[in-house]
Design a protein around this ligand. Structure first.
Ligand code: SF4
Length: 314
């Protein structure tokens, strides 16, 4: 049997998974919505990947990254749990060893990673302002009645992007309504929004960073051709978007999981894992810690939020 490794990148909006072989080649992949239920999303994801992989492989490693990585790491029984910066850097350099800058815009956050000879030299993340994210683009597309899947190609039709104040969502939304009511063409407004995403990103996440090529753009928003066009224009550099640009975090953590390989064989059968979280407030002292306990198959396997050990048994 051939060996394979599963990487899961689980965020608040989307859940991504890849299975790789021993040569880091992707043999299965899936992207789906988290829908507020990370455990349910990972069960659906692993079921789909299991079918794609077939019966020729044995699962020798699992890694998790993304905002729910600890929870899902516990669920899947792995210690290969790393943050998104590390996972994206490893995934991207496995395909583009010379990359100097990774631009990433996801559903709810964005990040920049600078590298030199495959080593991370600097990075920044923005999780506070939604104005430069995929969720912002989707909500604005809905507001002006444009299908988000056509957003990018519509932006390419414009030679005259409307200037939109996109310092934060509140400013951007009111400016967008004003511009739409002033009779600007929709394609110019759409192009303006794509450009505002780029300027917002560079002025916030990319502030003070020395952006050098080769530049790889990834995350869900990298599929938007309008945003790619304005990154090229504003940075005056070529921008590479890999066909798997939305999966590179999952790829990275799958590769990392190989370092944790033991005799253990993992299973793709996750449906039967009974995995529940229960929250309560500890009354052991005036701190009243908010404690979240994690149960797997009825047994408590971890707890978070307690400032002392008393809270675990409270
Ligand atoms: S967990 Fe510890 S510190 Fe927190 S409320 Fe309970 S007893 Fe107090």
């Amino acid at each position: 049997m051939k060996k394979c490794y599963l990487g899961v990148d689980i965020g608040s909006i989307s859940t991504k998974g890849v299975v790789i072989d021993e040569n880091n080649k992707i043999i299965a992949s899936e992207y789906l919505w988290t829908e507020g239920n990370p455990v349910g999303a990972v069960k659906r994801l692993v079921n789909i990947l299991k079918k794609q992989v077939g019966s020729d492989y044995v699962l020798k490693g699992i890694g998790t990254t993304g905002s729910a990585r600890k929870l899902i790491g516990l669920m899947l029984g792995t210690k290969a749990v790393k943050n998104e910066i590390t996972a994206h850097a490893v995934g991207t350099t496995s395909l583009y060893p010379d990359v100097r800058t990774i631009l990433e815009i996801g559903g709810q956050d964005s990040k920049i990673i600078l590298l030199n000879h495959g080593i991370i030299t600097d990075y920044a993340m923005n999780t506070l302002c939604a104005a430069g994210t995929g969720a912002f683009l989707s909500s604005q597309a809905k507001r002006i009645g444009v299908d988000i899947n056509e957003f990018g190609s519509m932006a390419l039709e414009s030679n005259n992007p409307v200037k939109i104040a996109a310092r934060c969502t509140v400013f951007a939304e009111s400016d967008l309504i004003h511009k739409a009511q002033s009779g600007y063409e929709i394609k110019d407004i759409v192009a303006g929004l794509c450009k505002s995403i780029v300027l917002n990103y560079l002025n916030n996440v990319g502030k003070g960073k020395k952006i050098k090529g080769p530049i790889i753009f990834q995350g869900g928003v990298s599929k938007n051709k309008g945003v790619v066009k304005y990154f090229k224009e504003v940075l005056d550099e070529d921008i590479i978007v890999d066909e798997n640009s939305h999966l590179l975090g999952a790829l990275g953590i799958a590769i990392i999981s190989k370092k944790y390989e033991t005799d253990k064989i993992y299973s793709f059968d996750v449906n039967d894992i009974k995995f529940v979280t229960k929250g309560h407030e500890c009354s052991g002292c005036s701190n009243n810690c908010e404690i979240l306990k994690i149960f797997k198959n009825g047994e408590m396997i971890d707890a978070w939020g307690n400032r002392c050990s008393k809270g675990v048994n409270s």
